[in-house]
Design a binder for this molecule. Structure first.
Ligand code: FAD
Ligand code: NAP
Length: 471
């Protein structure tokens, strides 16, 4: 019975290009065919995906396109400030998309200044309206939410707006926003529950501070803002807020952009300083007090040095915490079925085919231990996983050398090792570093600084350097 069912589904799908493993002798030899035949027809679904962000969505859609019975569960737990959003996960709602659009708003401010040198005469006083920007961005995000729902419907993926939690092997409980519980079973599961912003655990943080989960739909201009943290989320938010003309301070506990090339991180910081961002290095907040309510109100932040006993105080309208993100793996019943989780990080260790310690449970995206936390990485991992599970394909996700960009608003793109890491791996004497300052054509007429843009390439002396653009 199960064989007939699957062959029929495959033969109905003539339009997709994925080759069927059923007519492929290699699939038999590699054991793929055997795996396909082992699916349990007694289960409600072939695959249940918990979390419908970048990774979950791509995996579910691909599995459905391969003719499988797929269900996704997605429920957004509101932030401590009460912010919530629709379908699509972090990137679409509170990550890459609104961030990139606010970054664009900041770039447009700079373009307005540049435009005068290019002959544009503006008679009106130029100012920025936060509410207009956020409303327009949220409208676009809403349209993306709806397009994802449509796509799931069209691909016949069952979408359930509920919180998923394992209750026993192959079985989950789905609890919706009204507390109603439904149980579902599946042969395979993918965990793609992502991460949520971390809090400091100090007096006043959950009451008075916001995170990136709240910022992109904040209904009022945040005013003078303290950004706590020194990595991508912190610097990007600080960068566009400063680009919109706000007074911005960044409090950094140790290094800027840890894990990135530190020479580049300092260049990013100096470009942000030129934009007016103030950095408080080696301090951490110890208390946040509300002095005045309002939209925004007034907050006092007490901070202590990470190197000594010095204490400082500052007044801000908004405090944005960007101190890292916690994996959403604690309240999904993993202990009930024995999925191993790194106790310290909350991440799920997987093998090179994204399989957890429980063979029928897989994980993709930000919850996976030791891999880059990036949207395209989650999408690719999800898609390839579905193809391997249900399409007879063998290609694995290549996590090495994923390129990334930090938008501050100066755009810092990188791929491969930071210089510090390259030295650790290859030793300094085996490396050659080429670097150059450059002046983008668009910046020349606008009279923008000719010493801000910088490129660096790190080579191993043992590799072929023929293609080095700086030679
Ligand atoms: P997510 O997209 O977080 O999706 C997880 C989903 O699961 C969520 O919808 C969540 O509500 C849901 N969920 C959680 N638990 C449950 C449960 N038990 N039941 C049901 N549903 C559940 N990456 C880039 O590549 N480029 C960028 O420019 C970029 N900018 C970023 C900016 C910010 C401010 C942030 C925070 C992140 C940014 N990222 C960027 C990272 C990127 O957003 C993530 O790597 C990506 O979204 C991870 O996708 P995911 O599928 O793992 O998880
Ligand atoms: P992160 O990279 O984990 O950095 C956390 C930052 O918070 C670090 O600077 C850390 O400082 C600081 N911090 C931690 N605890 C602190 C404390 N108690 N007090 C003060 N500071 C503290 O987190 P993130 O910036 O939230 O980014 C999460 C992930 O999202 C990243 O891995 C990235 O891949 C992804 N992301 C990507 C993009 C992009 O592609 N453009 C943009 C945003 C996010 P120390 O180093 O001193 O500990």
């Amino acid at each position: 019975m199960p064989i007939k069912h699957r062959v029929q589904r495959k033969s109905l799908k003539t339009s997709h290009t994925v080759s069927s493993p059923l007519g492929n002798p290699q699939a038999h030899q590699s054991g793929v065919l055997q795996k396909l035949l082992q699916e349990d027809p007694a289960c409600d679904y072939d695959l249940i995906v918990i979390g419908c962000g970048s990774g979950g969505l791509s995996c579910a859609q691909e599995a459905a396109a391969l003719g499988r019975r797929v269900m996704v569960l997605d429920l957004v737990v509101p932030s401590p400030q009460g912010t919530s959003w629709g379908l699509g996960g972090t990137c679409v709602n509170v990550g890459c998309i609104p961030k990139k659009l606010m970054h664009q708003a900041a770039l447009l401010g700079q373009a307005l200044t540049d435009s005068r040198k290019f002959g544009w005469e503006c008679s009106q006083q130029v100012k920025h309206n936060w509410e207009t920007m956020t409303e327009a961005i949220q409208k676009h995000v809403g349209s993306l939410n709806r397009s994802y729902q449509r796509a799931l419907r069209e691909k016949a993926v069952a979408y359930v707006n509920s919180y998923g939690e394992f209750v026993e092997h192959h079985k989950i409980k789905a609890t919706n926003g009204k507390g109603q519980e439904t149980y579902y079973t599946a042969a395979k599961f993918v965990i793609a529950t992502g991460e949520r912003p971390r809090y400091l655990g100090i007096q006043g943080d959950k009451e008075y501070c916001i995170t990136s989960d709240d910022l992109f739909s904040l209904p009022y201009c945040p005013g003078a803002t303290l950004v706590v943290g020194g990595s991508s989320v912190a610097l990007e938010c600080a960068g566009f807020l400063a680009g919109l003309g706000l007074e911005v301070t960044v409090m950094v506990s140790s290094q800027l952009l840890q894990g990135f090339d530190q020479e580049m991180a300092e260049k990013v910081a100096s470009s942000m300083q030129q934009l007016g961002v103030r950095f408080l290095r080696k301090f951490v907040p110890v208390e946040v007090q509300q002095l005045e309510k309002g939209s925004p109100g007034k907050l006092k932040v007490v901070a202590k040095s990470t190197e000594g006993t010095e204490m400082i105080e500052g007044l801000y309208n908004t405090v944005l915490l960007a101190i890292g993100r916690d994996s959403c793996t604690k309240k999904i019943g993993l202990e009930k079925i024995g999925v191993k989780v790194n106790e310290k990080t909350g991440k799920i260790p997987v093998n090179d085919v994204e399989q957890s310690s429980v063979p029928y449970v897989y994980a993709v995206g930000d919850v996976v231990e030791g891999q880059p936390e990036l949207m395209p990485v989650a999408v690719q991992a999800g898609r390839l996983l579905a193809r391997r599970l249900f399409g007879g394909r063998l290609e694995k996700c290549d996590y090495i050398n994923a390129p990334t960009v930090v938008f501050t608003p100066l755009e810092y793109g990188c791929c491969g090792y930071a210089e510090e890491k390259a030295v650790e791996v290859y030793r300094k004497e085996n490396l050659e570093v080429y670097h150059t300052l450059f002046w983008p054509l668009e910046w020349t007429v606008a009279c923008r600084d000719s010493n801000t843009c910088y490129a660096k390439i790190i080579y191993s002396k043992f590799d072929n350097q023929v293609n080095c653009p700086f030679r």
